[in-house]
Unconditional design. Structure first.
Length: 797
């Protein structure tokens, strides 16, 4: 099998069984597909006399074409559960494809007999310990690989020579300018690319995007491996999207979704290949340097980890390259480093008091689920049934103490589904408990975290009044409904591939994560804002309805179907614009949102973008701050009208560019002057001239410019300069060697390396130009005093 193949099959659950399954399989292969009967062999489980007799007596198979095999070959079982014998249909490829032994039949390890179709007769239930009982309803589960059937029908040796797949490979061959079946390494790369581009095209078409986990990571590995094999074939530029066009063309008649999503698929592939291209060259260079070390047999796990963590090299790619060089990878060390990274990340996320909260969790697990009161009731009543202080249950809570109150009923919304919890107060006429955070346990107990803000005490059993912060709740509702509108707008403007990947909705801001392969353009953001604000201005009703999950799905409701939902779900519908499964709080009418504004859009991980947006009074405050900032900027620019800021800023930038150009010209003149002065001080050693100098307060770029200015003056010039950068207490060295000096034996890279080592630094480079550095300015003059000595040694004078 490749990484992508199509499986044909038929199923029966308590209906037809062996007789029909066998008859129909034979009919399909011999009458529909018209395979020669004399080419088909059958295997059955050695104890399945029923299947054997059907093949022999009903179908008329000669016993010489019937083979009984053992449990390891012809019994389908996966631990405890349903299982049963199977019967396989093989195609005989002929003696030339076999081992030549007289006893060669299906079950032999040679390539003569190709399994076409596996008929599984699920008739037993296993307890996993070798005991079986009959199922009350027997089942049929068959499977036949389409590509394998195509190989047999078309008379080719493998799936890469099937016509539709071969057309994809031919496209790769044209791009790479290579031939098939001329070189084993070339053939491997052609097959990898052909197979992987088929898989990636269909994965993306089904909504999978490259990421660092799960199926997205599988997709990323396939794309990067294909890209790397393209480079092995000499294809340097991104090419996979072009091959993808052929995949779509070959499959468009059956898979219409590939045509519909063509542009999206091509963009995802191009984006991923370009991103990988930015790091692959550096990563390959690092790996090649390591592999070239004499006597190396195993690549350290730390190297593989760095390649993955820094350069985006999946472990599998490092292993493949290592294998090509006859090396192995220390996978155990790699896994240890990965696990250590995960542990460090978990520890970084942990909050103080986690162990204590585990004790509190045991107390909470014994409490009854909180009854939810109508959340629009701003002054509901309830009773305290538990007080948890410092992870222990207490009867009374003193004023000023932090604790968690558990009530019989609550109108407070707990943090859930990305919506932050309510705040407010819990009172009884004496004490006032300020609710700072509300969460919910796994057994649906609502937890009110906060502090008594006066000197009174609270006790379990007391009747209390719940006062939710209405202003905060309303602001959160505006942002949450806006998040639903944003989700729908994104799918309308950007594409149906957009799926919610997370959100955080609070009173101040709304953060919405979604799957997409590139940054949104300014034009797309404007379209999204305009669409949402049009819906807001239309004052559409927001309806909340509970219904069975299946009914919601049939309505086309947007949901995160990887999430777990109960049989009954809550649907939030905004006119005909949006319908989502949601348990949060929302406005009653879109007009209550006021306005919506995107304030930022950026990447949070590969394939996932984030939009931050604001609504209502927060948007008014945002605009007021912008206006205030513009007035301040206008004052700094010494203009009275904020509308003139852009023009004034453009004028200042233009003036700066002119000044920068003047400064650059002065630097060139100064460098030329310095070069002339240093050339006058040049020493002569044999046939070459040597210029050395220590330049105070200079950058590496200053040194390179000055060094090049000197070198071009004469063909026999050698220049060694040191620059001290007082700002970061560092030293830069540069060495250049003109053509005649190189011929005389002066290698700039080796020269500058020796000098840098004397100053406690390092460096090197090409024969004609090299750089080095040091963090010890105190040693620079002593090091430069040795330049003549090193040059004379190279000249052998």
């Amino acid at each position: 099998h490749g990484t992508y193949f199509e499986m044909l099959g038929n199923f029966s659950f308590g209906d037809y069984f062996k007789d029909d399954a066998i008859s129909w399989a034979w009919e399909f292969l011999t009458e529909v597909v018209k395979l020669p009967k004399e080419k088909l062999f059958i295997s059955v489980y050695s104890e399945d006399e029923e299947a054997y007799n059907i093949w022999q007596d009903k179908i008329g198979i000669d016993p010489d074409y019937l083979v009984k095999l053992g449990k390891e070959d012809n019994f389908w079982e996966l631990g405890a559960g349903p299982c049963g014998p199977c019967s396989e249909i093989y195609y005989d490829r002929g003696e030339e494809a076999g081992c030549g032994l007289p006893a060669c039949k299906p079950g032999c390890d040679c390539d003569r007999y190709v399994e076409l179709w596996n008929l599984v007769f699920t008739q037993f239930e296993s307890d996993g310990a070798g005991n079986y009982k009959n199922l009350s309803k027997r089942n049929i589960d068959t499977g036949m690989g389409l590509e394998r059937l195509a190989c047999v029908i078309q008379g080719v040796d493998n799936l890469f020579e099937v016509d539709t797949v071969q057309n994809i490979m031919k496209h790769v061959i044209r791009l790479a300018g290579v031939e098939y079946k001329k070189n084993d390494n070339v053939d491997t790369s052609l097959r990898v690319i052909t197979d992987h581009i088929r898989s990636t095209t269909f994965l993306i078409g089904d909504g999978v995007l490259p990421s660092n986990e799960g199926r997205g990571y599988v997709l990323r590995r396939l794309l990067r491996r294909a890209a790397r094999h393209g480079r092995l074939l000499g294809i340097k530029d991104p090419f996979l999207a072009e091959i993808c066009e052929t995949v779509i063309q070959e499959n468009k008649d059956v898979y219409h979704n590939l045509v519909e999503k063509r542009d999206f698929i091509l963009k995802v592939i191009t984006n991923e290949e370009e991103n990988f291209g930015r790091t692959i060259d550096t990563g390959l260079q690092v790996l090649e340097e390591i592999i070239s070390a004499p006597g190396l047999r195993k690549i350290l796990g730390g190297v593989a980890f760095k390649l993955s963590d820094t350069y985006g090299f999946p472990l599998e790619l490092t292993k493949e390259i290592a294998h090509e060089k006859g090396l192995t990878v220390d996978e155990e060390e790699y896994e240890n480093l990965i696990n250590q990274q995960r542990t460090n990340a978990r520890n970084a996320r942990k909050k103080s008091g986690d162990k204590g909260w585990e004790k509190a969790a045991e107390l909470i697990s014994a409490l009854p689920a909180t009854i939810i009161i109508d959340r629009e009731n701003r002054s509901a009543e309830s009773n305290i049934i538990s007080i948890i202080e410092n992870s222990s249950s207490v009867e009374k809570l003193q004023g000023g103490k932090k604790a968690t109150l558990v009530l019989a009923e609550s109108a407070f919304y707990p943090e859930s589904g990305g919506q932050l919890g309510d705040t407010g107060t819990i009172e009884n006429g004496d004490f006032v408990f300020c609710v700072e955070e509300v969460t919910k346990s796994t057994n649906d107990v609502i937890l009110h975290h906060g502090t008594i803000i006066n000197n009174q005490e609270a006790s379990t059993g007391e009747k209390v009044v719940l006062k939710v912060d209405e202003e905060r709740r309303n602001a959160t509702k505006r942002n949450h409904t806006a998040a639903h509108l944003l989700h729908s707008a994104l799918r309308t403007v950007v594409g149906k591939h957009v799926v919610q990947a997370g959100q955080e909705v609070g009173p101040k801001i709304m953060r919405f994560d979604f799957t997409h392969f590139s940054a949104l353009t300014d034009d797309e953001i404007v379209k999204i804002e305009n669409l949402i604000n049009a819906v807001i201005m239309a004052a559409l009703p927001v309806a909340v309805t509970e219904m069975p999950l299946e009914q919601a799905k049939s309505m086309g409701v947007t949901a995160l179907f990887d999430s777990k939902y109960g049989k009954t779900v809550r649907v939030v519908k905004v006119g005909d614009f949006s319908a989502e499964l949601c348990g949060g709080t929302h406005v009653e009418n879109t007009g209550n949102i006021g306005l919506f504004k995107v304030i930022s859009e950026f990447s949070v991980s590969s394939g996932v973008r984030r939009i931050e947006g604001i609504t209502g009074t927060n948007l008014i405050e945002y605009l007021e701050n912008i206006e205030k900032s513009m007035k301040t900027t206008a004052g700094v620019l010494k203009i009275t009208n904020t509308h003139e800021i852009e023009q004034r800023a453009a004028s200042i930038i233009n003036d700066l560019k002119l000044k920068e150009k003047e400064i650059e010209n002065l630097k060139i003149k100064l460098s030329s002057y310095k070069a002339d002065q240093l050339i006058k001080q040049a020493k002569t050693h044999g046939d070459i001239k040597l210029v050395t100098a220590v330049i105070e307060d200079s950058t590496p770029e200053d040194l390179r410019t000055l060094s090049d200015s000197i070198k071009v003056q004469q063909e026999n010039m050698v220049v060694v300069l040191a620059g001290i950068n007082e700002a970061n207490d560092s030293v830069s060295f540069t060495a250049t060697s003109a053509p005649d000096a190189i011929k005389a034996g002066i290698h700039a890279g080796r020269l500058v390396k020796e000098i840098a080592v004397l100053a406690g630094g390092s460096g090197g480079g090409r024969p004609d130009s090299a750089m080095a550095g040091s963090k010890n300015p105190a040693l620079v003059h002593d090091a430069m005093d040795h330049v003549d000595e090193v040059v004379l040694k190279m000249l052998k004078l």
